[in-house]
Design a protein around this ligand. Structure first.
Ligand SMILES: Cc1ncc(COP(=O)(O)O)c(C=O)c1O
Length: 417
């Protein structure tokens, strides 16, 4: 049965057929089969309103921003700043100047590693990371640690892939200068208890950076309630385009930090003797930004908000639970990551089959999953596997698509197991 045949309204009233119709790429056939796109943690697809907004910007509003007095420059600047305000509202930041446009999560974390780390971290200081981090929340901190003579401390996980809270608390000491933790693990789907982690760090005066790349598309966020110091995410994982991302930072920190990149727009005045930096957020937005991407991302926020993040979270929660149930029926399948709280991701291995072979056979069936280490090699090492297969779900995925994956895995077994 084709995936869309089994579509119906979900219990909380989401009209999946209509939602799927918003995403033109979902009509594709791959290898003659309807596309079943289960690689959303890597990059999700764009709905028509986001594509339309991008085209409208390019065809009627494009100009460089913050620079000229002519009509198009004023329009583009205004739209860019409207996008900032929409992002502020979407994550409930206190002020719009706490929203910095970057090229993605990686860029946002590097901004903090360089802007905060190189200024506030010194010899023998400690940076607390977790076993679950994506490489982009490890490597920038290693670079700072190496340069400054600081140490990396790592929070371990239990066999379900959950951070061990008591071990985390033990790592928070007088030399800890920052805690950097993912909100949701891209390799396992674990939702980390970041609220408790932030409270524990703040009780000792330690700031916290949250890598939210895998959380933002799946749940409602509230920066003020969370009280984190930094929060990083990417547009292309939340129905927006590539090349645009966000760093949320508390104004008090951003004001104290050094700029990460130098160039146009981030200055107030330049002489060969001295440069005076612009106010935040512009201090961190050197050069011509991704104006079209920013404006299209704002359209993605409108799209998500139009459906409602609570409804999206409820539907996806149900779908992830269904995926676990359905996949558990495949003989020889072992889940990697069975945390109580999960979002978006199901990671597994199949006895006697290399994940890459699994991915290739599933591709013949039009099913896109990710296989490999998912840029989280320490997680693979912890679970003693070189790679996993990862199905990552988005709002537009259905139970029928999960069933198609299960069917595909039976074919894989017939061929290899
Ligand atoms: C948890 C996590 N952090 C960071 C990143 C990096 O995001 P980007 O490549 O958009 O910078 C990813 C991408 O997969 C991710 O899953």
């Amino acid at each position: 049965m084709n995936a869309p045949d089994k579509l119906k309204r979900t219990a909380n009233g989401l009209d999946l057929e209509r939602i799927r119709a918003d995403f033109p790429i979902l009509k594709l056939k791959v290898n003659g089969k309807p596309l079943v796109f289960l690689d959303n943690a890597a990059s999700s697809q764009m709905p028509q309103p986001v594509i339309d907004r991008w085209v409208r910007y390019q065809t009627t509003q494009h100009s460089n921003i913050h620079r000229a007095v002519h009509h198009l420059s004023e329009v583009a600047t205004a739209e860019y700043e409207v996008a900032r305000k929409k992002l502020q509202a979407f994550i409930n930041a206190k002020e719009d100047r706490e929203v910095i446009f970057t090229t993605g999560t990686t860029d946002a974390i590097n901004l903090v590693a360089h802007g905060y780390g190189r200024k506030f971290i010194g010899r023998d200081d400690e940076i607390v990371l977790t076993t679950l981090e994506h490489h982009s929340n490890i490597v920038p901190w290693q670079m700072v640690a190496e340069e400054k003579g600081a140490k990396i401390r790592v929070v371990p996980v239990n066999d379900r892939g959950e951070l061990i809270h008591e071990e985390y608390l033990k790592l928070l000491g007088p030399r800890t200068k920052i805690v950097c933790v993912g909100h949701v693990s891209n390799a396992l789907g674990t939702i980390n208890p970041i609220r408790e982690m932030i409270q524990a760090a703040h009780a000792k005066g330690i700031p916290v950076l949250v890598d939210g790349a895998q959380a933002v598309p799946h749940m409602k966020l509230d920066m003020q309630a969370l009280d984190c110091d930094f929060y990083a995410f990417s547009g292309h994982k939340m129905f927006g385009p590539t090349g645009i991302g966000i760093l949320y930072g508390k104004a008090a920190w951003l004001e104290k930090m050094n700029p990460f990149k130098g160039g146009g727009d981030m200055i107030l005045s330049v002489t060969f003797e001295k440069t005076t930096y612009n106010a935040i957020p512009y201090k961190f937005e050197a050069g011509t930004p991704n104006i079209a991407g920013t404006i299209a991302l704002a359209a993605a926020l409108d799209y998500l908000s139009g459906i409602g993040m609570e409804r999206i979270a409820a539907y996806e929660h149900e779908l992830v639970a269904y995926a676990h149930e359905a996949l558990a029926t495949v003989p020889g399948l072992r889940f990697i990551g069975t945390a109580q709280e999960k979002a978006g991701v199901v990671s597994f291995v199949l006895e006697g089959v290399h994940p890459h072979d699994m991915g290739t056979v599933l591709d013949y069936e039009g099913i896109a999953i990710r296989t490999g280490h998912h840029c989280a090699q320490p997680v693979m090492e912890r679970f003693g596997v070189p790679a996993t297969a990862r199905a990552s779900l988005a709002l537009y995925n259905t139970r029928a698509e999960v069933d198609a994956l299960v069917q595909g895995l039976h074919k894989v077994r017939e061929m290899f197991a």
